[in-house]
Design a binder for this molecule. Sequence first.
Ligand SMILES: NC(=O)c1ccc[n+]([C@@H]2O[C@H](COP(=O)([O-])OP(=O)(O)OC[C@H]3O[C@@H](n4cnc5c(N)ncnc54)[C@H](O)[C@@H]3O)[C@@H](O)[C@H]2O)c1
Length: 329
Amino acid sequence: MQWKGRKVLVTGAGGFIGSHLCERLLQEGAEVRAFVRYNSRNDPGLLCYLDRNLFSILDLQAGDLRDSGAVQRAVHGVDVVFHLGALIGIPYSYRNPREVVDTNIMGTLNVLEAVRQHEVQRIVHTSTSEVYGTAKMERIHEGHSLHGQSPYSASKIGADKLVESYVRSFGVRAVTIRPFNTYGPRQSRRALIPTVVSQALQGSTIKLGSLDTIRDFTYVADTVAGMMAAVAAEDVIGEEINLGSDSEVSSGEVVRLVGALLNRELKVETQSDRIRPAASEVQRLRSDNSKAMAQLGWKPAMPFEEGLKHVIAWCVAHPITQAVDRYEV
Ligand SMILES: NC(=O)c1ccc[n+]([C@@H]2O[C@H](COP(=O)([O-])OP(=O)(O)OC[C@H]3O[C@@H](n4cnc5c(N)ncnc54)[C@H](O)[C@@H]3O)[C@@H](O)[C@H]2O)c1
């Protein structure tokens, strides 16, 4: 796929995956407009870690996804939209479900309306494996039923269904990508892997909600490659496609591997007060990624231990001073 000169909008550009996607698109020669959430500090989020030369050619637009006018202006004149902007914290969604619904559902509606009016060639909408809830089969394929196990998950299901309806009703050229847990440099210390690494760098006791939660981790560069492949692929309009590595790693195994890589003995303290409500906890997620392989020609390339080494290197280079024992998925 030729990215050179293509005009691309990324929402959620200042976030973890969005910043890596912008970086890769710029390296490929795309003209990237980055939609970041406004703040009065002129802070572009994680885009501040981009090489200065790349950052200087970004078209940075600050705004809010809930503001239809701002979204219209951001979409105007682009060929491709990657929609990643969302509120992603599950515990935050327990406390603030209305804001999460407004951002994730109404924000997506604003993006879809703008894409429809400006006749954008393709939109890649970012869903999540959380829409499936706890797995009812060993490897989750795209036909797995959807379960609103948290307000976050419900909001993403709502957004996905709006996308489906805009494809069917208005011919919007959308593909929905469902990443399973993505990890890598720049990820918030709120997520499991950076939490474990950061705690391990500060001491020998790791405080976690549970050791048994099982996830399918994909390195961020692989997730980005899959999203970009979804623009190039034929016959994927209206499809939902998992991006996962088709492997299972428990939280306990993450601690063991990080300890081994750091050559440190790590103890774990589980914190029962931080465990999610039982019926809301998603215990196991493992992807069936055969559709991504067949339709996008995508295959995850980063071995898990190698990816962990990149996260460790990032955390060592970017130490934080505050406590990092607030583990929240
Ligand atoms: N990280 C993962 O493991 C993972 C897994 C599956 C799906 N996803 C999905 O991928 C996307 C990106 O996730 P991420 O991990 O990079 O999260 P992130 O929180 O780092 O990035 C999301 C970005 O959206 C922006 N945003 C939030 N509300 C906004 C608003 N009202 N207006 C404008 N911007 C707003 C935030 O400022 C943030 O920069 C999300 O849609 C998420 O649901 C992530």
